[in-house]
Design a protein around this ligand. Structure first.
Ligand SMILES: Nc1nc2c(c(=O)[nH]1)N[C@H]1C(S)=C(S)[C@@H](COP(=O)(O)OP(=O)(O)OC[C@H]3O[C@@H](n4cnc5c(=O)[nH]c(N)nc54)[C@H](O)[C@@H]3O)O[C@H]1N2
Ligand SMILES: Nc1nc2c(c(=O)[nH]1)N[C@H]1C(S)=C(S)[C@@H](COP(=O)(O)OP(=O)(O)OC[C@H]3O[C@@H](n4cnc5c(=O)[nH]c(N)nc54)[C@H](O)[C@@H]3O)O[C@H]1N2
Ligand code: SF4
Ligand SMILES: [Mo]
Length: 818
């Protein structure tokens, strides 16, 4: 596709039924739509679903969709395997035995709803609705709907990705960008233009910095990795900043293989080089930014020579790569999860926004463009809040209330460590009673994936009175702790709509839900009038497409773009909307692009601020290199580096016992978090969890390729299969996350082997960076040694012996291995 125009010209549009939503072809009914979730993904790509006899048979990419032009990952190509899988939950199920026994009784939807209604009402009455916690996972199609449901129907302010300490995904980047820039920046790969790379206003970036992100495997945050491959084909050069060698590193002008968790030191050194050598865009800085002197004052001693021993890079490479980034007229930084999963999270995010800004790369073609949800469609953490009682809102488990860490309360999620503390202690850190009585899970398999300190989370969950899980699959979380299972329909079985930036897309039902499964939307529509008739009347939804229509009309329109997740942001935008119903948009190809995201230099055109004046959506109207908002949030307003809590600098004495740095969680093509493990094709490609070990370390620690090994730190251990590879440097290993084994015994102590290979036996709750944000997931220390048959398995240890730690009620920090 190097020549995009040639590619476009070569498509036989008639053969692909341009303009049609459904048609018959070779005995199949074909539906043109977008896949979202379940199963999960951050993206929503154009698909052609081929169904026969009411069953999904096969899937093809839709070349007429400008979003991905027909390219699909193996996870979408292989959808029929999961949609038609026997492990799907097909009926509402009530727990019949003890928790952990995997005994269930089939019940009707009405019985399930009755149970929920009775419980919710009695808990609200006796303890207050804040005693109910509502949980969602990462950006799937329910990410705005679950919070809305939690606020409006359950009427709780405590909505979160449960047990995910430090909000360590995306929220730090979102907030870290809102403060200095007022909007969210993404690398420009012609995302905003329907005609993509041939749009006359687009230029491919001269340099793309792929930093703490592996876009080809993850397609993270609404962004598709192969867009950047297209840019490379158009001439973009790469700088890869990653402790592992990736596709990008192998093609890079510089692969900066830094010590995990030291990115902020590198970023500060880049700022230092660019400012001290005068390489920044003077005109842009003068006209559009403030705070350069203060920024310089903060980082003037953070030279490449200072950063070199911290990061393990050479001062020469730091300097030369900084110069390369600054030399382009348009360079883009593609940032990823590693930014959030380290102690420096908020400082690092600021540093990198400052880099984009001083180099004049903000909102220019081939730079970092500012994006919002198309057509100003917004729904999120504020959509249901009018229906949450004030008394409950006043007791929301914020970072300060839940953990005692003071600072700004700028993240809309409830503080998950605060929730953990209240589950364990039944009270706030200051002693005020705060029981947690019910948890509503809708799209999270917490024990296998999001829970930092999974064994401790398991203990805590066991004590909660009533737990509901709405999930399409029987998961380890369900077996361990759920009292009620609600079967959820898959993406091809739902009617819905979504936008994560642009374009807005519809998800159109291609087959009927399996068994008695219902869509997330239908569950909300059914339960809302039972739990809160006032909210039900206000929203007025009676079917799933009503929700899609509401969304396409702009949602609640309360907060714009990225800030729909950020509490108390400066700007409030008028309600947007695409001007088409769900059905109309579905019939028009299922997508629409807006003008806003298509336009460059919006700051100069008065498109960012509510008052219509030129400038940015910040308090001063300028990009704030040392943001005022950081001060308000109780954060240091200039960037700095924080060492991981354990490591060669902080705890050199521990390095003899735990000589390796452990990073984990890099994504793979086959799996989305804990999903897809039951699909034979995925397991054929990727049968077991792999820990990458450099050949030097493999020899030193006597572990062999293909052999199971224990990875252990002072908090717990887990086992994975060794992959000996030079892709990681000596001294650093990389493990996978999210593993469970649907083929293994469901009941405890096995729990599908969930704890056996889980790196989150080693991560710790209550360990956060400045402001209670960010945590140390990708830069722990550990040792590795061979597994021997008969070794005690973590499942046994956790479910039968109380785990490794003394999970002291109310303990505010991690505990030690015995
Ligand atoms: N297939 C698939 N796609 C997914 C997901 C999935 O589970 N599977 N999960 C989704 C979710 S919720 C998210 S948040 C995104 C995450 O997706 P990404 O943002 O791409 O993040 P990761 O894949 O965790 O890691 C990206 C890279 O960071 C590197 N890295 C590790 N530690 C450090 C460090 O300290 N510094 C630097 N600079 N780099 C480091 C890793 O080696 C890896 O190559 O993916 C989303 N997409
Ligand atoms: N060690 C380590 N741990 C990590 C990470 C890491 O990098 N390293 N990454 C972390 C990150 S970034 C994140 S965001 C979290 C993610 O954690 P989660 O988002 O909670 O992911 P899962 O635990 O896989 O749970 C998702 C569940 O939702 C179900 N599901 C999927 N789609 C839908 C849907 O549309 N509706 C409903 N009702 N259910 C659905 C799936 O079947 C699955 O059981 O994990 C974190 N855990
Ligand atoms: S990014 Fe891949 S898995 Fe996700 S929707 Fe697109 S094709 Fe499917
Ligand atoms: Mo995430």
């Amino acid at each position: 596709m190097a020549n995009y125009q040639e590619f476009l010209d070569g498509i036989d549009r008639a053969a692909y039924h341009e303009g049609e939503l459904t048609w018959e072809e070779d005995g199949f009914t074909v539906t043109r739509t977008y896949q979202y979730s379940p199963p999960g993904c951050h993206d929503s790509c154009g698909v052609l679903f081929y169904a026969k006899d009411g069953k999904l048979d096969h899937v093809e990419g839709d070349p007429l969709s400008p979003f991905t032009n027909g390219k699909l990952c193996m996870r979408c190509l292989d959808l029929p395997e999961i949609v038609n899988h026997p492990d799907r939950v097909l009926y509402p199920m009530k727990r019949a035995g003890e928790r952990g026994e995997n005994k269930w009784e089939r019940i009707t939807w009405d019985e399930a709803y009755d149970m929920i209604e009775t419980k919710v009402k009695s808990i609200r009455e006796e303890y207050g609705s804040e005693s109910i916690v509502c949980v969602h996972g990462t950006g799937r199609n329910v990410n705005w709907l679950v919070p809305l449901f939690g606020q409006a129907a359950l009427q709780t302010p405590n909505i979160s990705t449960l047990f995910f300490t430090g909000f360590a995904c995306y929220m730090p980047r979102v907030c870290g960008a809102m403060a200095p820039l007022g909007d969210f920046p993404i690398a420009d790969a012609a995302v905003g233009h329907e005609d993509r790379y041939v749009d006359p206003s687009f230029k491919a970036p001269e340099v793309i910095v792929v930093w703490g992100n592996e876009p080809l495997a993850s397609n993270a945050d609404g962004y598709i990795g192969h867009w950047l491959v297209q840019c490379v084909q158009m001439g973009s050069r790469i700088i890869s900043i990653d402790p592992r060698l990736t596709w990008w590193g192998a093609r890079a002008a510089y692969h900066l293989q830094l010590r995990p968790g030291t990115d902020a030191a590198l970023a500060c050194a880049w700022l230092n080089v660019i400012i001290s050598e005068g390489l920044y865009d003077h005109e842009f800085v003068d006209c559009w930014t403030s705070g350069l002197d203060e920024l310089w004052e903060g980082i003037k001693d953070m030279t490449p020579e200072w950063a070199a021993p911290i990061t393990g890079l050479s001062a020469e490479d730091i300097t030369a790569s900084a110069r390369l980034y600054a030399s382009g007229n348009n360079s883009a930084i593609q940032w990823g999860l590693a930014f959030d999963q380290q102690m420096s999270a908020m400082a690092l995010n600021l540093a990198v926004c400052d880099l984009m800004a001083i180099c004049g790369n903000i909102d220019r073609p081939g730079g970092n463009i500012l994006v919002r949800n198309s057509f100003e469609i917004n729904a999120g953490y504020a959509s249901g809040e009018d229906f949450t009682p004030q008394s409950a809102k006043d007791r929301k488990l914020t970072i300060a209330r839940g953990t005692g860490i003071t600072g700004g309360e700028f993240i809309a999620h409830a503080c998950t460590d605060g929730i953990l503390h209240c589950i364990e202690a039944g009270e706030l850190p200051d002693g005020e009673p705060y029981p947690i009585k019910m948890i509503w899970f809708q799209s999270s398999n917490s024990l296998a994936c999001a829970g930092m300190d999974a064994p401790r989370d398991y203990e805590a969950l066991k004590t909660v009175d009533f737990i509901v899980n709405a999930d399409p699959i029987l998961t380890p979380l369900s077996v361990a702790v759920a009292d009620l299972l609600l079967p959820v329909a898959m993406s091809c079985e739902r009617n819905s709509a979504r936008t994560w930036w642009t374009p807005v897309r519809t998800i159109y039902r291609a087959v009927e839900p399996a068994g008695e499964a219902k869509t997330d939307e239908q569950i909300v529509v059914d339960l809302m009038p039972r739990l809160n008739p006032e909210a039900a009347e206000a929203f007025g939804w009676t079917k799933d497409t009503d929700i899609a229509d509401w969304y396409l009309a702009g949602g609640d329109g309360k907060k714009h773009g990225a800030s729909s997740n950020v509490k108390g942001n400066i700007s409030e935008k008028a309600k947007g909307g695409v001007g088409m119903s769900f059905q109309e948009l579905s019939e028009k190809g299922g997508y629409a692009y807006d003008d806003w995201n298509h336009t460059y230099e919006k700051y100069a055109k008065g498109m960012l601020r509510d008052d219509g004046n030129p400038g940015f959506s910040t308090p001063s109207g300028r990009i704030e290199l040392a943001p005022y908002t950081y001060r308000v949030w109780g954060l240091t307003p200039t960037p700095f580096h924080t060492e991981p809590p354990e490591g060669p600098v902080t705890t050199p004495e521990l390095m003899e016992e735990y000589p390796l740095i452990l990073s984990c969680g890099g994504r793979s093509f086959e799996f989305f978090h804990s999903e897809h493990r039951q699909m034979p094709t995925m397991r054929e490609f990727h049968p077991l969890p792999l820990v990458m070990v450099n050949p030097v370390d493999a020899e030193k620690y006597r572990v062999e390729d293909g052999q199971w090994a224990w990875i252990e730190n002072g908090h717990g251990r887990f086992k994975q299969v060794v992959k000996v590879t030079p892709r990681v440097a000596p001294g650093v290993i990389h493990a996978e996350h999210g593993w469970w084994f649907p083929e293994q015994e469901a009941a405890e102590p096995s729990l599908f082997g969930t704890f056996d290979s889980n790196p989150n036996n080693c991560t710790r709750a209550f360990e956060t960076g400045e402001g209670g944000i960010g945590t140390n997931i990708k830069s722990m220390i550990c040792r590795i040694y061979p597994y021997s048959a008969g070794d005690e398995l973590p499942g046994e240890k956790v479910t039968r012996k109380g785990g490794w730690g003394d999970y002291t009620v109310g303990a505010m920090c991690g505990s030690k291995v015995d």
